[in-house]
Design a protein around this ligand. Structure first.
Ligand code: 1GP
Length: 223
């Protein structure tokens, strides 16, 4: 069930990079903010105290964008239950999920079953390294679409097209349009987005949610 609204920006908070207060200052006044994602592909410590603080400060839903099962704690509103379907590494297709499931039940967290696709963003990303998977070539539209259709037939609730944090090349707008038209599931797009016109173009191409991380790690944002 998709309850989180469309035409929204989700801001990604990396607890290894910023203190909560600094992050919260950086996102002040952002139009269309719909939720705060918390995630890091390689965490150096216990992120739960920061999640708790974020929840106390913020009125927005706080959603885990998991790098590993160790990032679970009771304070999230939702967990993006991601399966990395662009890759063929069983650990990220089902292995981590089996480890996480008992904790999700214990903490009584709501999950959003999400098909996660890494699309080549012109740079070697931490996700690629950590998951030991390769991204889908960005010009192979038929291949991307086939993955997204498979996700729909497998019953996922959302699709996340990811170019990777700090991507040089964003997910192509034409891919977003194609996937929205042909698959129709709620569509999340992220990686390398820094400008308001990029956000607007994604929304007009059919994205429901645009995720922005690095652009909010300093106070010189252009959005
Ligand atoms: C979310 O990984 C991205 O999909 C975040 O990317 O840090 O480049 O915004 P940026």
């Amino acid at each position: 069930m998709w309850e989180l609204g469309s035409g929204k920006i989700w801001v990604l908070y990396d607890p290894d990079k910023l203190e909560v207060e600094e992050f919260y200052r950086n996102i002040r006044g952002l139009n269309d903010l719909g939720a705060i994602l918390v995630g890091t592909s390689f965490s150096e410590g216990d992120i739960c105290p920061k999640v708790k603080k974020l929840k106390e400060l913020s009125d927005y839903p706080v959603i885990l964008f998991p790098g590993s099962v160790y990032q679970l704690c009771p304070y999230y509103d939702y967990v993006l239950f991601l399966s990395l379907i662009s890759g063929r590494n069983p650990e990220y297709l089902i292995g981590e999920h089996v480890k996480a499931a008992p904790l999700i039940k214990k903490f009584n967290l709501r999950v959003i079953p999400t098909a996660y696709l890494l699309i080549d963003g012109g740079t070697y990303t931490a996700t690629e390294f950590i998951t030991n998977t390769k991204p889908i070539p960005r010009n192979k539209f038929d291949l991307i679409l086939a993955h997204c259709l498979a996700a729909k037939y497998l019953g996922f609730s959302a699709i996340y097209l990811e170019a990777g944090s700090g991507a040089i090349l964003n997910v192509p707008y034409e891919v977003v349009k194609l996937v929205k038209e042909e698959v129709g599931l709620p569509l999340i797009v992220g990686g390398g987005i820094r400008l308001r016109e990029q956000v607007d173009k994604y929304f007009s191409s059919g994205a429901d949610i645009v995720v922005i991380g690095s652009a909010f790690e300093d106070d010189d944002r252009k959005i």
